[in-house]
Design a protein around this ligand. Structure first.
Ligand SMILES: Cc1cc2nc3c(=O)[nH]c(=O)nc-3n(C[C@H](O)[C@H](O)[C@H](O)COP(=O)(O)O)c2cc1C
Length: 357
């Protein structure tokens, strides 16, 4: 039996992961009024038993109008806490060692859609809502031009993040990830392409980071017992957009506010991005940010097999990998990786007989 760095424990703040395999947030579009459904119970229960040490529950809207689609999860109401707690209890019943993270998000100008496989923008008459953002600039294509958020709107959103973080903590999560990536509201404030305000929330990098830093600070205050971190898009893949240097400045500004990890993704801000998608295409950014910021770093993006995942850790690109679509295809990816790498791990007792063909 060999040892693999992929199967060594990792401390992330006060949380210890049993290995370096994680499941990144992936929207399911199966919620009703923001509440998890039977789909979520089975889906997340299944992923809790995947061999990953941590599962991040998909994008959760901090406000009704902060959802991406009408099928997205939400934590804008106290009534939503118990259905989330039920999902988390189910995950821990399947795997007592699993660490549960939730991603808190506000969609801003990319909201008000029907579920992803329908895709259509919904008007308020059809159950959608008027979208708002840092500036009245569309994300391109069929995306609408949002209304510009007032300072009072910004205060309301900061408060919504804080309350949703408190609800996530009450539901029993180990960790919360602020979604500052993929062109949603926080990213819309960060990027000079989507934020062209001339008040204290726009212009300089310091001003563009003001709303995101306020959000993070409010979340930390509201949910002091969970491990708090951030998902970033390290680049917009657009000339003149948000880039690696900006990301490093942002992550360094989050550190004194209690940020304990960074999950490095890219893109999603606007339709005219040019993304060179290939194996590990985001790992060089993860490495850059890990080296510059010294925070626990998650790498993600087209990491498909066990050897690639192991290499990402051995080469020092990241401290843990996110395995997204491969986990949807093969929800025992983690166990399969252990077998492929010849690593001796403790399989779930009910499955043990199936692991030795
Ligand atoms: C079905 C699906 C839903 C996704 N939903 C989210 C989401 O809610 N939040 C997020 O930050 N990224 C989301 N992503 C991106 C993934 O977290 C991940 O970064 C991406 O799929 C790249 O990793 P992979 O190549 O291992 O799939 C989603 C991806 C997929 C395939």
């Amino acid at each position: 039996m060999r040892q693999s760095p992929l199967f060594t424990p990792l401390d992330v703040g006060s949380m210890t992961l049993s290995n370096r395999i994680t499941v990144p947030p992936m929207c399911q579009y199966q919620a009703k009024d923001g509440k998890p459904s039977t789909w979520h119970l089975v889906h997340y229960g299944k992923l809790a038993g995947s061999g990953a040490s941590l599962v991040c529950i998909e994008s959760v809207g901090v406000a009704k109008e902060g959802r991406i689609t009408i099928g997205c999860l939400g934590l804008w109401d106290d009534e939503q806490v118990e259905p989330f707690a039920e999902v988390i209890r189910t995950m821990r019943a399947i795997n007592p060692d699993i660490k549960v993270m939730v991603q808190l998000n506000h969609s801003g100008r990319k909201g008000s859609h029907d579920v992803q496989w329908v895709g259509k923008l919904l008007s308020p008459q059809e159950g959608g809502w008027v979208v708002k953002s840092a500036s009245p600039i569309s994300a391109g294509g069929a995306y609408p031009v949002p209304e510009m958020m007032s300072k009072a709107d910004i205060d309301t959103v900061v408060e919504a993040y804080a309350k949703a973080a408190a609800r996530a903590q009450a539901a029993g999560v180990d960790s919360i990830q602020l979604h500052a990536a993929h062109g949603y509201l926080v990213h819309q404030f960060l990027s000079p392409i989507s934020n062209q305000r001339d008040d204290e929330y726009g212009g300089s990098l310091e001003n563009r980071m003001r709303m995101p830093l306020r959000v993070f600070e409010a979340m930390k205050k509201a949910a002091p017992d969970v491990v708090l971190g951030v998902r970033v898009s390290a680049t917009d893949w657009i000339e003149g957009g948000w880039n690696e240097a900006d990301t490093i400045a942002f992550v360094n500004a989050l550190k004194p506010l209690g940020c304990e990890f960074v999950d490095v993704s890219t893109g999603g801000l606007a339709e005219h991005q040019a993304v060179p998608v290939a194996y590990g295409y985001q790992l060089k950014f993860a490495r850059q940010i890990k080296d510059a910021c010294g925070l626990t770093t998650f790498g993600v993006g087209l990491i498909k097999d066990a050897r690639q995942a192991e290499s990402a850790i051995v080469e020092g690109s990241c401290d843990a990998v996110g395995i997204g679509r491969q986990m949807l295809l093969d929800p025992h990816w983690g166990w399969r990786a252990a077998l492929e790498l010849g690593v001796d791990v403790e399989f779930p007792p009910s499955y043990k007989r199936g692991m030795h063909l």
